[in-house]
Design a protein around this ligand. Structure first.
Ligand SMILES: [Zn+2]
Length: 499
Protein backbone atom coordinates (compact mmCIF):
# COMPACT_ATOMS: atom_id res chain seq x y z
CA UNK A 1 0.00 0.00 0.00
CA UNK A 2 1.39 3.35 -1.01
CA UNK A 3 2.15 5.70 1.85
CA UNK A 4 2.24 9.49 1.65
CA UNK A 5 3.40 12.17 4.10
CA UNK A 6 1.74 15.52 4.62
CA UNK A 7 4.22 18.36 4.16
CA UNK A 8 2.42 20.48 6.75
CA UNK A 9 1.74 18.11 9.64
CA UNK A 10 4.02 15.17 8.75
CA UNK A 11 1.17 12.71 9.16
CA UNK A 12 1.21 9.56 7.04
CA UNK A 13 -1.79 8.89 4.84
CA UNK A 14 -2.83 6.34 2.25
CA UNK A 15 -4.55 5.93 -1.07
CA UNK A 16 -8.09 6.40 0.19
CA UNK A 17 -7.26 9.97 1.23
CA UNK A 18 -4.91 10.64 -1.69
CA UNK A 19 -7.47 9.48 -4.26
CA UNK A 20 -9.92 11.93 -2.81
CA UNK A 21 -7.69 14.96 -2.46
CA UNK A 22 -5.52 14.18 -5.48
CA UNK A 23 -2.48 15.51 -3.62
CA UNK A 24 0.48 13.39 -2.52
CA UNK A 25 1.88 16.05 -0.18
CA UNK A 26 -1.18 17.17 1.76
CA UNK A 27 -3.47 15.26 4.11
CA UNK A 28 -7.16 16.03 4.04
CA UNK A 29 -6.82 18.66 6.81
CA UNK A 30 -4.32 20.60 4.78
CA UNK A 31 -5.47 19.78 1.27
CA UNK A 32 -6.07 22.84 -0.91
CA UNK A 33 -8.91 21.07 -2.71
CA UNK A 34 -12.13 23.00 -3.15
CA UNK A 35 -14.04 22.73 0.13
CA UNK A 36 -16.71 25.24 -0.82
CA UNK A 37 -19.34 22.59 -1.43
CA UNK A 38 -20.75 20.11 1.02
CA UNK A 39 -19.33 16.64 0.58
CA UNK A 40 -20.23 13.75 2.92
CA UNK A 41 -17.12 11.68 2.27
CA UNK A 42 -14.87 14.68 2.70
CA UNK A 43 -16.45 15.39 6.07
CA UNK A 44 -16.08 11.80 7.27
CA UNK A 45 -12.42 11.66 6.33
CA UNK A 46 -11.88 15.11 7.80
CA UNK A 47 -13.42 14.21 11.20
CA UNK A 48 -11.40 11.00 11.31
CA UNK A 49 -8.20 12.86 10.58
CA UNK A 50 -8.85 15.69 13.04
CA UNK A 51 -9.61 13.22 15.85
CA UNK A 52 -6.39 11.35 15.17
CA UNK A 53 -4.51 14.64 15.04
CA UNK A 54 -5.90 15.71 18.43
CA UNK A 55 -5.17 12.31 20.01
CA UNK A 56 -1.61 12.47 18.78
CA UNK A 57 -1.13 16.02 20.03
CA UNK A 58 -2.74 15.60 23.42
CA UNK A 59 -0.40 12.74 24.26
CA UNK A 60 2.92 13.93 25.61
CA UNK A 61 1.70 17.52 25.48
CA UNK A 62 3.62 19.58 28.01
CA UNK A 63 2.33 23.09 27.44
CA UNK A 64 -1.33 22.11 27.10
CA UNK A 65 -1.55 23.51 23.64
CA UNK A 66 -2.86 21.99 20.43
CA UNK A 67 -2.19 23.93 17.25
CA UNK A 68 -3.95 23.49 13.96
CA UNK A 69 -1.78 25.13 11.36
CA UNK A 70 -2.97 25.96 7.86
CA UNK A 71 -6.07 23.77 8.12
CA UNK A 72 -8.83 24.13 5.55
CA UNK A 73 -12.13 23.39 7.24
CA UNK A 74 -14.90 22.28 4.85
CA UNK A 75 -18.62 23.04 4.87
CA UNK A 76 -20.47 20.82 7.36
CA UNK A 77 -23.91 22.18 6.78
CA UNK A 78 -26.57 19.61 6.01
CA UNK A 79 -29.90 19.08 7.65
CA UNK A 80 -28.46 16.76 10.29
CA UNK A 81 -24.88 17.82 10.54
CA UNK A 82 -24.11 21.49 10.71
CA UNK A 83 -20.79 22.97 11.80
CA UNK A 84 -21.51 22.17 15.46
CA UNK A 85 -20.95 18.53 14.56
CA UNK A 86 -17.25 19.22 14.06
CA UNK A 87 -17.03 21.35 17.22
CA UNK A 88 -18.81 18.66 19.27
CA UNK A 89 -16.24 16.12 18.12
CA UNK A 90 -13.39 18.48 19.01
CA UNK A 91 -15.01 19.40 22.30
CA UNK A 92 -15.29 15.76 23.40
CA UNK A 93 -11.57 15.27 22.91
CA UNK A 94 -10.78 18.15 25.26
CA UNK A 95 -13.43 17.41 27.83
CA UNK A 96 -11.20 16.91 30.85
CA UNK A 97 -8.40 19.19 29.90
CA UNK A 98 -7.45 22.78 30.23
CA UNK A 99 -6.04 23.36 26.81
CA UNK A 100 -5.30 26.17 24.46
CA UNK A 101 -6.67 25.21 21.09
CA UNK A 102 -5.12 27.30 18.36
CA UNK A 103 -6.07 27.66 14.74
CA UNK A 104 -3.39 29.46 12.78
CA UNK A 105 -3.69 30.59 9.15
CA UNK A 106 -6.72 28.39 8.73
CA UNK A 107 -9.69 28.83 6.42
CA UNK A 108 -13.27 28.06 7.42
CA UNK A 109 -15.38 27.51 4.31
CA UNK A 110 -18.74 27.03 5.96
CA UNK A 111 -20.93 28.72 8.54
CA UNK A 112 -19.40 28.22 11.97
CA UNK A 113 -21.11 28.05 15.34
CA UNK A 114 -18.47 28.68 17.96
CA UNK A 115 -19.07 28.08 21.62
CA UNK A 116 -16.75 27.65 24.54
CA UNK A 117 -15.13 24.26 24.69
CA UNK A 118 -15.51 23.70 28.45
CA UNK A 119 -12.50 25.25 30.17
CA UNK A 120 -10.40 25.45 27.08
CA UNK A 121 -9.22 28.55 25.31
CA UNK A 122 -10.08 28.82 21.67
CA UNK A 123 -7.72 31.06 19.75
CA UNK A 124 -7.77 31.98 16.08
CA UNK A 125 -4.81 33.69 14.47
CA UNK A 126 -4.68 34.92 10.88
CA UNK A 127 -7.73 32.88 9.99
CA UNK A 128 -10.41 33.46 7.37
CA UNK A 129 -14.08 32.86 8.03
CA UNK A 130 -15.70 32.90 4.61
CA UNK A 131 -19.29 32.48 5.82
CA UNK A 132 -21.36 33.48 8.82
CA UNK A 133 -19.86 33.08 12.30
CA UNK A 134 -22.24 32.57 15.20
CA UNK A 135 -20.72 32.81 18.65
CA UNK A 136 -22.67 31.53 21.61
CA UNK A 137 -21.90 31.25 25.29
CA UNK A 138 -18.19 31.72 24.99
CA UNK A 139 -15.90 32.02 27.98
CA UNK A 140 -12.51 32.43 26.40
CA UNK A 141 -12.38 33.21 22.75
CA UNK A 142 -9.67 35.29 21.09
CA UNK A 143 -9.32 36.28 17.46
CA UNK A 144 -6.14 37.89 16.13
CA UNK A 145 -5.52 39.21 12.63
CA UNK A 146 -8.55 37.30 11.48
CA UNK A 147 -10.88 38.22 8.66
CA UNK A 148 -14.64 37.77 8.93
CA UNK A 149 -15.78 37.93 5.33
CA UNK A 150 -19.52 38.14 5.83
CA UNK A 151 -21.32 38.24 9.13
CA UNK A 152 -20.40 37.82 12.76
CA UNK A 153 -23.01 37.55 15.45
CA UNK A 154 -23.18 36.92 19.16
CA UNK A 155 -26.72 36.95 20.41
CA UNK A 156 -28.40 36.07 23.62
CA UNK A 157 -32.13 36.19 23.34
CA UNK A 158 -32.78 35.44 27.03
CA UNK A 159 -34.43 38.51 28.46
CA UNK A 160 -32.46 40.52 31.04
CA UNK A 161 -29.79 37.88 31.25
CA UNK A 162 -26.57 38.85 29.75
CA UNK A 163 -23.70 36.53 28.97
CA UNK A 164 -20.40 37.46 30.48
CA UNK A 165 -17.86 37.17 27.80
CA UNK A 166 -14.10 37.32 27.57
CA UNK A 167 -14.15 37.81 23.88
CA UNK A 168 -11.63 39.95 22.08
CA UNK A 169 -10.69 40.79 18.52
CA UNK A 170 -7.17 41.98 17.91
CA UNK A 171 -6.43 43.58 14.55
CA UNK A 172 -9.28 41.81 12.79
CA UNK A 173 -11.22 42.80 9.69
CA UNK A 174 -14.99 42.66 9.72
CA UNK A 175 -17.97 43.05 7.51
CA UNK A 176 -21.18 42.98 9.54
CA UNK A 177 -21.24 42.50 13.30
CA UNK A 178 -24.28 42.08 15.48
CA UNK A 179 -24.12 41.78 19.27
CA UNK A 180 -27.20 41.33 21.38
CA UNK A 181 -27.60 40.77 25.10
CA UNK A 182 -23.91 40.29 25.87
CA UNK A 183 -21.69 41.68 28.61
CA UNK A 184 -18.17 42.11 27.31
CA UNK A 185 -15.37 42.09 29.89
CA UNK A 186 -12.42 42.62 27.60
CA UNK A 187 -11.57 45.44 25.28
CA UNK A 188 -13.50 44.26 22.26
CA UNK A 189 -11.36 45.67 19.44
CA UNK A 190 -7.87 45.68 20.89
CA UNK A 191 -5.98 46.88 17.86
CA UNK A 192 -2.26 47.40 17.89
CA UNK A 193 -0.94 50.90 17.33
CA UNK A 194 0.55 50.02 13.96
CA UNK A 195 -2.68 48.57 12.66
CA UNK A 196 -3.94 50.58 9.72
CA UNK A 197 -6.14 48.01 8.10
CA UNK A 198 -8.99 47.89 10.61
CA UNK A 199 -12.21 47.54 8.64
CA UNK A 200 -15.82 47.43 9.59
CA UNK A 201 -19.00 47.82 7.56
CA UNK A 202 -21.71 47.50 10.18
CA UNK A 203 -21.62 47.24 13.96
CA UNK A 204 -24.73 46.81 16.00
CA UNK A 205 -24.95 46.65 19.80
CA UNK A 206 -28.28 45.91 21.37
CA UNK A 207 -28.85 45.35 25.11
CA UNK A 208 -25.12 45.01 25.63
CA UNK A 209 -22.77 46.10 28.41
CA UNK A 210 -19.19 46.97 27.53
CA UNK A 211 -17.06 46.90 30.67
CA UNK A 212 -13.85 47.73 28.94
CA UNK A 213 -13.13 50.51 26.51
CA UNK A 214 -14.33 50.65 22.94
CA UNK A 215 -11.88 52.01 20.43
CA UNK A 216 -12.82 52.51 16.80
CA UNK A 217 -9.78 54.28 15.52
CA UNK A 218 -7.78 53.46 12.45
CA UNK A 219 -4.69 55.42 13.55
CA UNK A 220 -6.02 58.59 12.01
CA UNK A 221 -6.76 56.91 8.72
CA UNK A 222 -10.37 57.51 7.82
CA UNK A 223 -12.41 54.49 8.83
CA UNK A 224 -15.59 54.19 6.79
CA UNK A 225 -18.51 52.55 8.56
CA UNK A 226 -21.90 52.09 6.99
CA UNK A 227 -23.95 51.48 10.11
CA UNK A 228 -23.09 51.96 13.75
CA UNK A 229 -25.94 51.30 16.17
CA UNK A 230 -25.97 51.46 19.95
CA UNK A 231 -29.37 50.45 21.23
CA UNK A 232 -30.13 50.17 24.93
CA UNK A 233 -26.46 49.64 25.60
CA UNK A 234 -24.21 50.65 28.50
CA UNK A 235 -20.61 51.62 27.84
CA UNK A 236 -18.80 51.70 31.16
CA UNK A 237 -15.37 52.65 29.96
CA UNK A 238 -13.88 55.15 27.52
CA UNK A 239 -15.28 55.28 24.01
CA UNK A 240 -13.10 56.44 21.13
CA UNK A 241 -14.86 56.80 17.80
CA UNK A 242 -12.47 59.09 16.00
CA UNK A 243 -11.68 59.91 12.37
CA UNK A 244 -14.56 57.81 11.12
CA UNK A 245 -17.00 58.44 8.32
CA UNK A 246 -20.25 56.93 9.50
CA UNK A 247 -23.15 56.78 7.07
CA UNK A 248 -25.76 55.92 9.69
CA UNK A 249 -25.17 56.43 13.40
CA UNK A 250 -27.85 55.63 15.96
CA UNK A 251 -27.60 56.22 19.70
CA UNK A 252 -30.84 55.01 21.21
CA UNK A 253 -31.41 54.72 24.98
CA UNK A 254 -27.71 54.29 25.51
CA UNK A 255 -25.51 55.31 28.46
CA UNK A 256 -21.94 56.43 28.04
CA UNK A 257 -20.48 56.27 31.56
CA UNK A 258 -17.01 57.46 30.73
CA UNK A 259 -15.24 59.99 28.51
CA UNK A 260 -16.33 59.85 24.87
CA UNK A 261 -14.08 61.01 22.11
CA UNK A 262 -16.16 61.57 18.98
CA UNK A 263 -13.67 63.88 17.28
CA UNK A 264 -12.92 64.42 13.59
CA UNK A 265 -15.79 62.25 12.43
CA UNK A 266 -18.19 62.67 9.58
CA UNK A 267 -21.78 61.68 10.32
CA UNK A 268 -23.92 61.43 7.20
CA UNK A 269 -27.13 60.35 8.89
CA UNK A 270 -27.80 60.46 12.59
CA UNK A 271 -30.49 59.41 15.02
CA UNK A 272 -30.29 60.29 18.72
CA UNK A 273 -32.81 59.37 21.33
CA UNK A 274 -32.79 59.25 25.14
CA UNK A 275 -29.06 58.86 25.38
CA UNK A 276 -26.97 59.92 28.37
CA UNK A 277 -23.39 61.11 28.42
CA UNK A 278 -22.31 60.84 32.06
CA UNK A 279 -18.82 62.17 31.56
CA UNK A 280 -17.26 64.63 29.16
CA UNK A 281 -17.96 64.21 25.47
CA UNK A 282 -16.10 65.88 22.63
CA UNK A 283 -17.35 66.37 19.08
CA UNK A 284 -14.42 68.62 18.12
CA UNK A 285 -13.95 69.05 14.36
CA UNK A 286 -16.72 66.59 13.65
CA UNK A 287 -18.96 67.22 10.66
CA UNK A 288 -22.66 66.63 10.94
CA UNK A 289 -23.93 66.42 7.38
CA UNK A 290 -27.57 66.05 8.32
CA UNK A 291 -30.20 67.59 10.55
CA UNK A 292 -29.15 66.95 14.15
CA UNK A 293 -31.69 66.62 16.91
CA UNK A 294 -30.31 65.80 20.36
CA UNK A 295 -33.70 64.40 21.27
CA UNK A 296 -33.81 63.82 25.04
CA UNK A 297 -30.04 63.56 25.10
CA UNK A 298 -28.53 64.41 28.50
CA UNK A 299 -25.05 65.82 28.92
CA UNK A 300 -24.18 65.44 32.61
CA UNK A 301 -20.68 66.84 32.20
CA UNK A 302 -19.02 69.21 29.77
CA UNK A 303 -19.72 68.78 26.10
CA UNK A 304 -17.35 70.20 23.53
CA UNK A 305 -18.52 71.24 20.08
CA UNK A 306 -15.42 73.24 19.20
CA UNK A 307 -14.91 73.76 15.45
CA UNK A 308 -17.80 71.39 14.87
CA UNK A 309 -19.62 71.70 11.57
CA UNK A 310 -23.38 71.51 11.26
CA UNK A 311 -24.26 71.79 7.58
CA UNK A 312 -27.96 71.34 8.31
CA UNK A 313 -30.23 72.31 11.17
CA UNK A 314 -29.22 71.79 14.78
CA UNK A 315 -31.95 71.17 17.33
CA UNK A 316 -31.14 71.40 21.03
CA UNK A 317 -34.66 72.09 22.20
CA UNK A 318 -35.00 68.70 23.86
CA UNK A 319 -31.39 68.32 24.94
CA UNK A 320 -30.39 68.70 28.58
CA UNK A 321 -27.06 70.31 29.41
CA UNK A 322 -26.31 69.93 33.13
CA UNK A 323 -22.88 71.51 32.81
CA UNK A 324 -21.63 74.09 30.41
CA UNK A 325 -20.89 73.26 26.82
CA UNK A 326 -18.55 74.87 24.37
CA UNK A 327 -19.74 75.82 20.90
CA UNK A 328 -16.67 77.85 19.99
CA UNK A 329 -16.29 78.31 16.24
CA UNK A 330 -19.16 76.05 15.26
CA UNK A 331 -19.82 76.68 11.61
CA UNK A 332 -22.30 75.88 8.87
CA UNK A 333 -19.48 75.33 6.40
CA UNK A 334 -16.19 73.59 6.46
CA UNK A 335 -13.28 75.99 6.68
CA UNK A 336 -9.93 75.54 5.03
CA UNK A 337 -6.76 75.37 7.06
CA UNK A 338 -3.51 77.14 6.35
CA UNK A 339 -0.07 75.56 6.43
CA UNK A 340 0.11 76.12 10.20
CA UNK A 341 -3.04 74.01 10.58
CA UNK A 342 -5.00 77.10 11.57
CA UNK A 343 -8.45 77.80 10.19
CA UNK A 344 -8.80 80.40 7.47
CA UNK A 345 -11.83 82.66 7.40
CA UNK A 346 -14.57 83.16 9.92
CA UNK A 347 -17.08 80.52 11.01
CA UNK A 348 -20.54 80.95 9.53
CA UNK A 349 -23.53 80.96 11.86
CA UNK A 350 -25.20 77.56 11.82
CA UNK A 351 -28.86 76.95 11.03
CA UNK A 352 -30.91 76.36 14.13
CA UNK A 353 -34.17 74.45 14.19
CA UNK A 354 -35.73 76.80 16.72
CA UNK A 355 -35.13 79.80 18.98
CA UNK A 356 -34.34 77.61 22.00
CA UNK A 357 -31.32 76.15 20.20
CA UNK A 358 -29.91 79.63 19.50
CA UNK A 359 -30.64 80.60 23.11
CA UNK A 360 -28.73 77.57 24.47
CA UNK A 361 -25.72 78.37 22.28
CA UNK A 362 -25.86 82.05 23.24
CA UNK A 363 -26.23 81.12 26.90
CA UNK A 364 -23.17 78.89 26.78
CA UNK A 365 -21.07 81.72 25.34
CA UNK A 366 -22.42 84.14 27.94
CA UNK A 367 -21.43 81.77 30.73
CA UNK A 368 -17.91 81.76 29.35
CA UNK A 369 -17.97 85.56 29.12
CA UNK A 370 -17.54 85.32 25.36
CA UNK A 371 -19.79 88.26 24.57
CA UNK A 372 -18.84 88.66 20.91
CA UNK A 373 -19.86 85.08 20.11
CA UNK A 374 -22.90 85.33 22.39
CA UNK A 375 -24.08 88.38 20.41
CA UNK A 376 -23.88 86.46 17.14
CA UNK A 377 -26.28 83.85 18.44
CA UNK A 378 -28.37 86.56 20.08
CA UNK A 379 -28.97 87.79 16.53
CA UNK A 380 -29.83 84.23 15.43
CA UNK A 381 -32.19 83.98 18.40
CA UNK A 382 -33.85 87.26 17.34
CA UNK A 383 -34.29 85.99 13.79
CA UNK A 384 -35.99 82.89 15.14
CA UNK A 385 -38.16 85.10 17.35
CA UNK A 386 -39.17 87.01 14.25
CA UNK A 387 -40.31 83.75 12.64
CA UNK A 388 -42.35 82.97 15.74
CA UNK A 389 -44.08 86.36 15.78
CA UNK A 390 -47.27 86.50 13.81
CA UNK A 391 -48.14 90.03 12.74
CA UNK A 392 -51.85 89.60 13.47
CA UNK A 393 -51.34 88.22 16.98
CA UNK A 394 -48.51 90.55 17.96
CA UNK A 395 -48.75 93.64 15.74
CA UNK A 396 -46.70 95.96 17.98
CA UNK A 397 -43.94 93.41 18.67
CA UNK A 398 -43.79 92.64 14.98
CA UNK A 399 -43.36 96.31 14.06
CA UNK A 400 -40.60 96.82 16.63
CA UNK A 401 -38.95 93.66 15.36
CA UNK A 402 -39.24 94.79 11.77
CA UNK A 403 -37.53 98.10 12.46
CA UNK A 404 -34.92 96.51 14.69
CA UNK A 405 -33.93 94.23 11.85
CA UNK A 406 -34.18 96.90 9.16
CA UNK A 407 -32.14 99.46 11.06
CA UNK A 408 -29.31 97.30 12.42
CA UNK A 409 -29.95 93.63 11.67
CA UNK A 410 -30.69 93.07 15.36
CA UNK A 411 -27.78 95.18 16.53
CA UNK A 412 -25.32 93.18 14.45
CA UNK A 413 -24.61 95.69 11.72
CA UNK A 414 -23.53 99.21 12.77
CA UNK A 415 -22.86 100.11 9.12
CA UNK A 416 -26.53 99.55 8.38
CA UNK A 417 -27.53 102.06 11.08
CA UNK A 418 -25.03 104.56 9.77
CA UNK A 419 -26.32 104.05 6.25
CA UNK A 420 -29.88 104.84 7.33
CA UNK A 421 -28.74 107.92 9.27
CA UNK A 422 -26.97 109.30 6.22
CA UNK A 423 -29.70 108.34 3.77
CA UNK A 424 -32.57 109.82 5.74
CA UNK A 425 -30.63 112.98 6.59
CA UNK A 426 -29.67 113.38 2.95
CA UNK A 427 -33.24 112.87 1.71
CA UNK A 428 -34.70 115.29 4.20
CA UNK A 429 -32.07 117.92 3.45
CA UNK A 430 -32.48 117.62 -0.31
CA UNK A 431 -36.27 117.83 -0.07
CA UNK A 432 -35.85 120.92 2.08
CA UNK A 433 -33.53 122.65 -0.35
CA UNK A 434 -35.50 121.69 -3.45
CA UNK A 435 -38.84 122.89 -2.19
CA UNK A 436 -37.74 125.54 0.18
CA UNK A 437 -38.99 124.70 3.58
CA UNK A 438 -39.68 121.00 3.85
CA UNK A 439 -42.74 121.71 5.92
CA UNK A 440 -44.34 123.97 3.32
CA UNK A 441 -45.27 120.99 1.16
CA UNK A 442 -47.50 119.69 3.88
CA UNK A 443 -48.19 123.00 5.54
CA UNK A 444 -51.47 123.53 3.80
CA UNK A 445 -52.86 120.35 5.13
CA UNK A 446 -54.77 121.42 8.18
CA UNK A 447 -54.14 118.40 10.26
CA UNK A 448 -50.37 118.94 10.10
CA UNK A 449 -50.87 122.42 11.30
CA UNK A 450 -52.52 121.04 14.43
CA UNK A 451 -49.78 118.41 14.85
CA UNK A 452 -47.11 121.06 14.37
CA UNK A 453 -48.56 123.10 17.22
CA UNK A 454 -48.57 119.98 19.39
CA UNK A 455 -45.01 119.17 18.33
CA UNK A 456 -43.92 122.61 19.50
CA UNK A 457 -45.63 122.14 22.85
CA UNK A 458 -44.03 118.74 23.54
CA UNK A 459 -40.77 119.50 21.69
CA UNK A 460 -38.24 117.39 23.63
CA UNK A 461 -35.37 119.03 21.81
CA UNK A 462 -36.27 122.54 23.04
CA UNK A 463 -34.24 121.89 26.15
CA UNK A 464 -31.15 121.29 24.06
CA UNK A 465 -31.82 123.94 21.41
CA UNK A 466 -32.71 127.61 21.63
CA UNK A 467 -36.39 126.90 21.51
CA UNK A 468 -36.72 127.01 17.74
CA UNK A 469 -40.17 126.10 16.50
CA UNK A 470 -40.56 122.47 15.52
CA UNK A 471 -42.90 120.94 13.00
CA UNK A 472 -44.39 117.47 13.43
CA UNK A 473 -42.45 116.12 10.45
CA UNK A 474 -39.23 117.50 11.98
CA UNK A 475 -40.10 115.83 15.29
CA UNK A 476 -40.67 112.55 13.48
CA UNK A 477 -37.38 112.99 11.66
CA UNK A 478 -35.51 113.69 14.88
CA UNK A 479 -37.03 110.68 16.63
CA UNK A 480 -36.01 108.45 13.73
CA UNK A 481 -32.48 109.82 13.78
CA UNK A 482 -32.29 109.38 17.57
CA UNK A 483 -33.47 105.76 17.22
CA UNK A 484 -30.89 105.12 14.49
CA UNK A 485 -28.09 106.69 16.53
CA UNK A 486 -29.08 104.48 19.44
CA UNK A 487 -29.02 101.44 17.15
CA UNK A 488 -25.66 102.52 15.82
CA UNK A 489 -24.15 102.79 19.30
CA UNK A 490 -25.61 99.46 20.43
CA UNK A 491 -24.36 97.75 17.26
CA UNK A 492 -20.85 99.10 17.73
CA UNK A 493 -20.84 97.97 21.35
CA UNK A 494 -22.26 94.53 20.45
CA UNK A 495 -19.15 93.73 18.51
CA UNK A 496 -16.80 94.75 21.25
CA UNK A 497 -18.15 94.39 24.73
CA UNK A 498 -20.98 93.47 27.07
CA UNK A 499 -24.32 95.19 26.53
ZN1 LIG B 1 -1.58 17.49 7.15
Amino acid sequence: MAEYTCSVCNVKFYDREKKFTNDENKCILHSEMDKNKYNGLLNELFIERIELYIDKNILNNKDNKVTFYNVKIPIFKTETRDSTYLWDKISKKFEYNNFKILFIKSVFYGEEKLSSLKNNYLIFEECDFLKKVIISDCKELIFSNTRFHTYLTYKNDLKEQSINSNLSFNDCIFNIIEFKGVTFNNELFANSKENKSFKLEELNFENCILKNRLNLLNNNYLLKINKLYFINTILENKVIIKSCEIKDLRLIETRFKNFCNFEKNKFVSLSLNETIFEKMVSFQQTKFLTNVDFYYVTFKEHSIFKNTIFTNELNLENALFEKNSSFLNISAHEREKDYKDKYKGKPINIKVANRETARIIKDSFEKQNNIIEANKYYAVEMKEREKELEIIKNPLDSIVFFFHKLSSDHSQNWMLSLFWIFLISYLVTSVKTTYGMFETILYNIFIYGVFDKMANIINPFSIMTRGESLTFSMLLFKIIIAYLIYQFIVSVRQNTRRK
